[in-house]
Design a protein around this ligand. Structure first.
Ligand code: ATP
Ligand code: MG
Ligand code: MG
Ligand code: MG
Length: 573
């Protein structure tokens, strides 16, 4: 590839609107351009990276035995009525109307469509197990699209769906996808962890998220450090309160004082106390109110995935028998808010009696659950951490505690790039999807669903791999792995020729190489190659030709080296 024939458009200036390094660098490198809130064009450069991620995902899906298909983005309302999700999905579902007034959704996910496909295509257990997948644009009308393609409204997802006759089959299909995901993120060169995700009402071990580790990640994950060097140890998702503007948070004692008159506090005030930008995200909300007798009460509401209003939980407090799921109707009844978006809630809005607790204890639980301004979610007492006896125990669950498997609990930040789930019969049942089993009886297949945020991975990789000069791509994701930079090609035909010959030779050896023949001065040319993160840079100059060497520098190396042709070829592999 000759850069003079490509379209590269980089910017020196740091865009003011971008908060995260990945967003800034993607804009500066000219990888994406915004069309509307959360909607982006991928430039030729950006698309090269996106396609590399896609290719790895596709190869591993195929290797795992999944078969590719392509479903429509536009999905009829009737299908979503069958599972009840037309209403339940909430505000993230973009609803549209055609000229005949028929209603459609722009697909945020494809469980309904795949189940519709399956009920027509699958008739016998002999066709199972089968896993279908696609790589396709999704649309979710996120409350707050931000960080560029990290949380976009239109984004590229790989979604897969497995069908099995029984639970063991489903578990086996799930395990295959888990292994494939592990290979994908390993091949992409990312530091990641698979963590238990909260499975809510389904329970058990049936859902895991894959997180790319990065300090800027929106989620926090807990994992057990057993001293062994494996990524397979115990890990769980801790959902911390997000803070739009991180700042000092009150110490638990102060916080307790702050909420000691909860009946007068609005949900917003408590959220502020917890460092949760309530108006901006419905991820975590604490509500303080009073019951019918005027006793102060609190409910910890955890929203897992902004659209899943039915995943809201009443928090577990000591003295309560167990976590329980609150229904959407209950939540709406108590909070009086729109589906998909909670709060701010009116002051002293009555809430359900959850326990007879002292105010101080409640405050302790809310603010001091694990550390100031954060609470643990997706981590269940008893399952993931020792069952606490007292409020003080809960407060003390911080980094350094003992995890289930005897390791030490560590907290890290992560970016959710993949999510796998055992769905069971939920969708197939609701939509009347059956196959004949070995005995000739109609059986409802058991499903799994498996998502990867293909476009989010690009941003997550940058978040994890960048420096002051720009992006530092892992080899597998780089737009090109080698840049051959020509010094002064216009005035020095011999140099231009030598560079072109080197480019062709590297390309013939199967390297993904780009020739920077734009004729830029060395400074700006090198700055561009660093900004766009090319792993290997080779400079061809008149001086080098005379000496019989090429200047080589790895993106991560501090210094350049002068190598002869053979050493260079060896270095580039
Ligand atoms: P999040 O918690 O970040 O909102 P999610 O749990 O709602 O994500 P899933 O329904 O699990 O997302 O979708 C599968 C994958 O799609 C996610 O793991 C993530 O990588 C990606 N994804 C989800 N929402 C977005 C988005 N708005 N922009 C980019 N990628 C996304
Ligand atoms: Mg999520
Ligand atoms: Mg979401
Ligand atoms: Mg998810």
């Amino acid at each position: 590839m000759r850069l003079s024939q490509f379209h590269l458009h980089t910017e020196k200036e740091t865009p003011a609107e971008a908060e995260l390094a990945s967003h800034r660098l993607m804009l500066r490198a000219g990888m994406i351009r915004k069309l509307a809130a959360g909607i982006y064009t991928w430039s030729p450069l950006g698309l090269r990276v996106l396609r590399k991620v896609e290719a790895v995902v596709r190869e591993e899906m195929n290797a795992a035995g999944a078969v590719e298909l392509l479903m429509p983005s536009i999905q009829p309302r009737e299908l979503w009525e069958e599972t009840g999700r037309w209403e339940k999905f909430g505000g993230q579902l973009l609803k549209i109307r055609d000229r005949k007034d028929a209603e459609y959704a722009y697909g945020p996910t494809h469980e309904e469509v795949i189940t519709d496909f399956a009920r027509q295509e699958l008739s016998s257990y002999r066709q199972l197990p089968v896993t279908f997948y696609q790589v396709q644009a999704k649309f979710r009308d996120e409350i707050r699209p931000r960080f560029g393609v990290m949380r976009a409204r239109e984004f590229l997802m790989k979604d897969a769906y497995s069908f099995d006759v029984d639970a063991e089959g489903m578990a086996a299909s799930y395990a295959k996808m888990h292994a494939a995901y592990t290979r994908i993120f390993t091949r992409l060169g990312l530091r990641f962890r698979a963590v238990l995700a909260d499975t809510g009402a389904i329970g058990g071990d049936a859902s895991q998220e894959f997180h790319v580790l990065a300090d800027s990640g929106e989620d926090a994950i807990a994992w057990s450090d057993t001293g062994r060097d494996d990524a397979e140890g115990y890990a769980a998702n801790v959902e911390t309160a997000r803070s739009a503007a991180p700042g000092p948070r009150p110490a638990p004692a102060e916080a307790m004082r702050e909420v000691d008159t909860p009946t007068q506090k609005t949900c917003e005030a408590v959220a502020e106390l917890m460092g949760i930008p309530l108006a901006r995200t419905a991820k975590s909300v604490a509500v303080v109110g009073q019951d019918a007798e005027g006793r102060p009460q609190f409910v910890l509401v955890l929203v897992r995935g902004d659209h899943e209003v039915n995943e809201i939980k009443l928090g577990k407090v000591p003295g309560l028998a167990d976590y329980r799921m609150a229904t959407e109707a209950e939540i709406l009844e108590h909070l009086g808010s729109e589906p998909g978006f909670l709060g701010p809630v009116a002051p002293a809005k009555p809430v359900r009696v959850v326990a007879d607790l002292e105010v101080a204890a409640m405050a302790d639980f809310v603010v001091g659950a694990n550390r100031v301004g954060a609470h643990i979610a997706g981590v269940n007492w008893g399952r993931d951490l020792p069952e606490p006896d007292t409020v003080a125990d809960i407060r003390n669950v911080v980094e350094g505690d003992r995890a289930e498997d005897g390791g030490t609990l560590r907290l890290m930040r992560g970016i959710e790039v993949g999510h796998i789930f055992q769905l069971g019969r939920k969708y197939a049942e609701a939509m009347g999807c059956t196959v004949l089993d070995a005995a000739g009886k109609a059986a409802v297949p058991m499903m799994g669903c498996y998502g990867i945020g293909v476009s989010r991975i690009v941003a997550a990789a940058i978040e994890q791999n960048h420096d002051d000069a720009g992006i530092v791509w892992p080899q597998a994701m780089a737009p090109w792995t080698v840049a051959v930079c020509v010094i002064n090609p216009k005035n020095d035909p011999a140099v231009a020729e030598a560079a072109a010959a080197l480019h062709d030779e590297l390309a013939a050896r199967g390297l993904d190489v780009v020739l920077d023949d734009r004729g830029l001065r060395p400074g700006p040319m090198f700055a561009d190659m660093e900004l766009i993160g090319i792993p290997h840079r080779v400079v061809v100059s008149g001086r080098g030709l005379e000496a019989g060497t090429f200047e080589y520098r790895a993106r991560t190396a501090a210094e350049a080296e002068h190598l002869d042709r053979d050493s260079l070829l060896q270095r580039l592999g």
